[in-house]
Design a protein around this ligand. Sequence first.
Ligand code: ADP
Ligand code: MG
Length: 698
Amino acid sequence: MKNVPELFGELVFNEAVMQKRLPEQTYRAMKKAIGEGKRLDIELAGVVAAAMRDWAVEKGATHFTHWFQPMTGITAEKHDSFITPSGDGGVIMEFSGKELVRGEPDASSLPSGGLRATFEARGYTAWDPTSFAFIKDGTLCIPTAFCSYGGEALDKKTPLLRSMEAINKQTLRILRLFGNNDVTSVKTTVGPEQEYFLIDRKMYEKREDLRFTGRTLFGAKPPKGQELDDHYFGTIPTRVVDFMKELDHELWRLGVLAKTRHNETAPAQHELAPIFGTTNIATDHNQLTMEMMKKIAARHNLVCLLHEKPFAGVNGSGKHNNWSISTNTGANLLEPGDTPHENAQFLLFLCAVIKAVDLHQDMLRASVATAGNDHRLGAGEAPPAIISMFLGDDISEMLDSIERDEDYDAREKVQMKVGVHVLPRFNKDTTDRNRTSPFAFTGNKFEFRMPGSSLSVAGPNIVLNTAVADVLDGFAEELEKADNFKDALHDLIIRTIKEHKRIIFNGNGYDDAWIKEATEVRGLLNLDTTPKALLSYLSPKNIELFGKHKVFSETEMRSRYDIMVQNYCNVVHIEAVTMLDMVRKDIMPAISGYTLKLTAALASKKQLGLSLCVSYEETTLTTLCELLGRINFCTGALETMVKNSEGLGKGQEAAEYYERKVLPAMAELRKAVDEAETLTDRADWPYPAYSEMLYGIE
Ligand code: ADP
Ligand code: MG
């Protein structure tokens, strides 16, 4: 068996492979293209394609595909084989430069939010040479961006790359102001921590709700939930360890830096964290990770649930997006430095993030808004739907003294003037203690904790990159004009802290008092549902922001809004219809059957003269009959609403109807069914119980 360094990246057409297989000149041109995010010309692409094909065919690949991230779902791919007739009845394996750099997938059934209807019926995919090609299931996958012929982005990679370019441009302006002329490119980095649930396949197959919607729509609470907090540090069951081992192995072969694996808070919940990388690649790798999790789980007779809330009553799953800004010379710009000069620069970037998060709370929230994630955000679970930032006491105190323009800090006995003297040292370890904050500074990066487990991290990072780029643009504008850089910097930092400190909150984000303070005193937004949050895509402020930095045109913003709203409606609709199906065909018949058994038992007891006191049969029967009546009534009510919703289309009005009417009706129905479950014979209940699913893996 190969050791890890040997197998790492063996399925990736990475730099080492390129160096070995490409002619010297092509390799250098390729490296340059990767470094600068530029396109290769078609001749060079031909040479690269031939080398890629030889390499892929040697590894057993027969097909190639342009691999891209559509606006919904994980990834899309259409496989083409390498075969070309050789003229003598046989075939040869061919792959041209043209096929490498550009593809035309027939993706007319992928959502485009009306974009393709308005412009062109089809779009094209273009190779993103900054993300390496790789082999998956015998297919050479070429990471690509997907655009319409009019140039509109039909995917998530295109705007992500544009946002990285925006922040690169603005950050370089700031670095030049600090006298840094060495850095030639800046990239944001991301390490997404992926949470997931694993359950036994047999149980999954028996649950229509899990199969159709990814979450349980019914299910009474098990006798034991997560209250003992014993899962997190518990030992990992052997079957899960076997799954994790194979997952790591496969991810390493694909060049994914899978690093940490452990149990999470809820029973049957786990996490995988990679070593961070450039945002674009980290995003591709996270999509691959999710795909591999599902695939490898199946090999172990397990099912990996990536839904944000598969089980009520225990924690849902998120995807913490660790984010920072890194230079090509290897510096992390959110790392506090040791010299006054470095510290002033750090402070300016810190302030830029503070201002960006405050100004664009709405878009950050919108970037993580999905029907699934609504069950986490604002639903009494970490983190709340209100965006605030945790900086820790040390940094907050430091910002306080800077804001007061105190030139002396008694605690550390140092001068505080920005850019002139060393700032007080703070303890990095105290920065990672708050687990309830949606946006926390963790020593040298920010951790955005709102993304849901199934989300592509492209969305939140597009917003983060663009929002910070915009603030840096304003900062650069101001500082470039200044006569005295140090004074101007000092003023700018103080002003930014004053104007945006309302977003900083180091307390408990679950607290009701916080919601009151955040909304009533500080004026922060509480966009607690997806229909509310998605409207942010349409606000003039946001259309201007993304337009100015050429990340999204107005048309692209509107199309994204349309797709997300429609997706929300579809998801809730499918859930409601699935509930109706389950309740009519399985649940009510099961309860009815069980009440019949009870009736029979009761009758025979009476006949034998055994009914001396109020019997189990009698009380249970009464309650179950009453519940069955309620379930029947709630089913009718939900059905009427589903019918009504169908006349509303798939826009804002429909989304609000689903949120205000359909979801509460679903909750009512579930409540009655879950209660009935607790009274019904286990053997008669049509579905595996929570206790079996959550504790079913040894
Ligand atoms: P924890 O949050 O569990 O304390 P760490 O802080 O070590 O763990 O890292 C969490 C995640 O943050 C990892 O995926 C790691 O790769 C990522 N990370 C660390 N540094 C950076 C950075 N500079 N930019 C982006 N992500 C980072
Ligand atoms: Mg973390």
